[in-house]
Ligand binder design. Sequence first.
Ligand code: BGC
Length: 770
Amino acid sequence: MKEIKDIVKSLTLEEKASLCQGSSFWETKEIKEKGIPAILMTDGPHGLRKESEEKDQYGMNLSLPATCFPTASSIANSWNEDLIWRVGEALGKECIAENVSILLGPGVNIKRSPLCGRNFEYFSEDPYLSSHMAKSQILGIQSMGIGASLKHFAVNNQETQRMTVDAKVDERTLREIYLASFETAIKIAKPWTIMAAYNKVNGEYCCEHSHLLNEILRDEWQYDGVVLSDWGATNNQIVGIQNGFDLRMPFNGDYYTKVLIEAVETGKLAECVLDKTVTRILTLVKKCIKNELTATFSKEEHHQLAVEAAIESAVLLKNEHSTLPITRNTKIAIIGRLAQHIRYQGGGSSHVIPSKYKTLLNVLEDDYPDVEYTYSPGYRLKQDVDDSQYISEALIAAETVDAVLFCLGLPNTWESEGLDRKHLEIPKNQQHLLKQLSALNKPIICLLFSGSPVEMPWLGNVESLLYFSTAGQGMSEAAWKLVFGERNPSGKLAETFPISLSHTPTSLTFPEKEQANYAEGIYVGYRYYDKKKISTLFDFGFGLSYTSWEYQNLNISQSCLDFTKEESLIVSVDVTNTGSRAGREIVQLYVSKEEPKVHRPIKELKGFKKVFCLPGETKTVTFILDRRSFAYYEEKIHDWYVEDGNYLIMIGKSVRDIVQQEILKINNNPLPVMFSPQSTVGEIREHPAASEVLKAVFSKMMPPKKTENKTVNDITDEENFTDKAMAYDSMAEAMPLIKISDMTAGLVTIEAIYQIVEQLNQAVMKSQRN
Ligand code: BGC
């Protein structure tokens, strides 16, 4: 391709407008005469969904077989950035082989409620973990010269009315939770495209959002890639393009091309603004064709990577009496339809036709011919009704074995794009059967397949619980390797399992239809459970292992940090495998502010690392914390701000199992504030220099104290006066300065108040200069 600016110059208005939308369901526009080829995109995010040759206009046809890796909700539990990078690289290779230039993923929307039907496609309830996993996946994909598409930007957290719902969210929550999930991935991995979501945020559609696209994405984060629409998400593309949006997908006729042409001709859209969009689209096209990319890969190797990813993503949630692992000579009754119809991905646009696939039973037959087992379906999957014949077969089978392996979880149709769950239960027929099985007093090992949390009133009836989420085509092989102890579980939950739906932060309202009010603010996931001191079923970051771990020697590089000098903190901690099996441990670092002046979560994840240790081995894990690790978004200054004072640096096995902690003192400039007559006494007192000025003003207002010849009455008056003064003082906290004039019946004049404000601001400015 020629120089982009030369191509743009050579294009007619019609050609430019036509480049701003697709030319088919999956392709961009080709203009042969100008040397512009079309590029092809496909879903994403955990496998390729390239439609077969007989493609239809709705993009509904079956896709070509491809490796189905664990979905985001599953691989997030691995907390392994290197692993997800390798998955990204493999996805990139498969794209090259199928001539696909852009893979539509990953998705980083925050799990605001466990009910969201698409949560299996998203990583976490925590923005730090989510953004870091996405960053590594994008870097892996793009290392192969294939573009990623980070989606769905932004605040797309429910499927109900997903195309029209208006998410009402305050700026701090937007920045700290919903945008933070995108921010690191965008700034570090620079995805070639970003997919703007269907919904509105605070009244504006995402594809035309001035604040999200123009002010934050383009200006603040300096993103210069292509912003494309989710499929059918564009409404007013003229406004969109003015605000930094680029490409309408998919193609739906010439109508919108004509709209853009007319907009330029009538002066509604400046041609130079359209040129910027066209330049970004052509830059993307050029990136996609710059090399004659070739990649050879072995399907089997990718399948093995899918197995590895599934192993690392599985979370051991319960293991009483070390029931797991079992030996191969344990006689087992495998019960549950899900052993045959394994649930390894969710429904909707991310659904992949796997390149290879085995049920739990197939794997047992092929790889463990010596294992003695029976299989009974136990329950129906398509209807939630008890089947008495299945039940009695299962009970008979369970009676004569050493252990029951019960496969349970959600049917395919319960978790999908386009719908939200209504409750967190697993089907009743599975629960009924489990209850009857538990009466047999056999050890019950459960394998749980669900893309998001479920309630577990039945947990007390089982010895062991191994959670897979939706772990891709390698899940069955992974399951047996873990069950027989060839591998050690090392996943930890990227999302809290609440005891009940009624405990979740949004339980009273989710999902709302026209307007979703994000009234819980920053208190999403563990931030909420921690603050409300709500017991959970399993905490964020929790996961057991077949070995045991000990933490020692937490060390912070300094006990006092000065952010006026742009310092950073190095944290290290020793982790020892104290058990008898090799294993992997996920070390989690949380930061907590002591006595914060604004409301803040009790603690927040600011670092994680996964380490491998042989039995008895110790590894030192190191983290670097920067300014942002301690900051909250301060709306008063429209920026991130670090409050000074004491912080706890916490190392945890999970968010609620903190095993080491150290205190750090931080010095930072006070908030750059300007006071007005409406500023309250309390606000002024928060600023040390201003507080001094106020103290001096107030002391002048006090009547002079008698020092000599005090009578008893004088002393009582003095005491009364002090009491009154103290009461006034606490009332004054919330009082705007200007009201002091009223409260002193004009003794302090309005003019005097303005002079005090002046003195306060001068004192603040002086202190900031020093
Ligand atoms: C989904 C996107 C997907 C697109 C193309 C939309 O319905 O929200 O995630 O990439 O379809 O299939």
